[in-house]
Design a protein around this ligand. Structure first.
Ligand code: PBG
Length: 319
């Protein structure tokens, strides 16, 4: 049954389609800006006008949607740029909504504070005598405010990636209170502390200035705890869940798929992209094959959709 491509196609169990791919975009201030991330060839910081062009290209390739991140003009302790009505992603969403691409793409907005705080943590930091604490409950209030503001600006889906406890419930309540009960929540329910986020922190200028994210992101060793995180988020009203990173955590994706009946996405994160790109650039890997195999493996593990920096390249290959 492996002898010819038609035979192989007949018995193939897993397929990829462009509409199952979500492209992350990093919005930055200015006009005509298209600045490549040094550790992520082919990925850019884009001003809003350039992001609209990128969205149109993505839509014509049949890509399913965009996941938006923002680089604000200024940062502060309260992450004002995350929830301000004229924040960078809010402005980007309004511009994207005007474009013809918007009807063909799901516009997802990442909800987190780390790109907007001076210290780069995903929540509010309180300093005390022996160090500091990322405060869960005050952070949740700001995250909910951020989700409402992004939904009001036109986000089709809000995607909290902060990993604070109880944020989905508070966010759901705040959205409903504002008449946004139709906006689904895609919760990064199982997000592990990971070295593979390194290049993203250059792309989003969000590296923590002190400490690390181990007090809120999950320990890489835990799969049972991941199931509990998902269960809690679904109980709080999450509509879909996102697993992250993808390739080093395929077993966690599989376990989630077998246990829960909600849509599950996986995020092939920056470091997964960068390590493949580095080996491809050296000629050590066949780029197209390595890219497609990595995406197929994530799909096979149980992800219905995949957030990936390869979205455009892969969609070209599939189309
Ligand atoms: C924000 C956030 C991060 C990523 C997505 N949302 C960074 C982090 O947690 O440090 C990483 C995505 C990637 O590496 O591509 N909290």
């Amino acid at each position: 049954m492996r002898r010819t491509e038609p035979l192989r196609a007949l018995v193939r169990e897993t397929h990829l389609e462009p509409e199952a791919l979500i492209l992350p975009l990093f919005l930055c201030p200015g006009e005509g800006v298209r600045r490549e991330i040094s550790s992520m060839p082919g990925v850019f910081n884009l001003s809003i006008d350039e992001a609209v062009k990128e969205a149109e290209a993505a839509a014509s390739l049949g890509i399913g949607g965009l996941l938006l991140f923002g680089l604000p003009e200024t940062k502060d302790e309260e992450a004002t740029g995350a929830w301000a009505d004229d924040g960078i992603v809010q402005r980007g969403l309004r511009a994207l909504k005007q474009s013809s691409a918007a009807k063909r793409l799901v516009l997802m907005a990442d909800v987190c504070l780390c790109e907007y705080t001076t210290h780069g943590h995903c929540g509010v930091v309180r300093e005390h005598a022996d160090g500091y604490e990322v405060e869960n409950d005050t952070s949740v209030v700001l995250l909910a405010k951020t989700a409402v503001s992004l939904a009001q600006a036109g986000a089709d889906v809000v995607a909290p990636s902060d990993m604070m406890d109880g944020r989905v419930a508070v966010m759901r309540g705040a959205l409903n209170h504002e008449g946004l009960e139709q906006t689904p929540i895609l919760s990064y329910a199982a997000k592990f502390t990971s070295a593979f986020y390194g290049p993203f922190r250059e792309a989003a200028d969000s590296a923590p200035q002190f400490g690390d994210r181990r007090s809120y992101q999950m320990d890489s060793a835990n799969v049972r705890e991941a199931m509990r995180e998902i269960e809690l988020d679904l109980g709080e009203g999450a509509d879909m869940i996102l697993m992250k990173p993808a390739m080093p955590y395929l077993d966690v994706i599989r376990a989630a798929r077998e246990r829960f009946d909600v849509p599950i996405g996986a995020y092939q994160v920056s470091g997964e992209y960068s390590m493949l790109q580095a080996a491809i650039a050296k000629g050590w890997l066949d780029g197209e094959r390595a890219m497609m195999e990595s995406l197929l493996a994530i799909r096979r593990a149980g992800a219905g959709f995949i957030v990936t920096y390869f979205a455009q390249e892969a969609a070209k290959r599939l189309g």
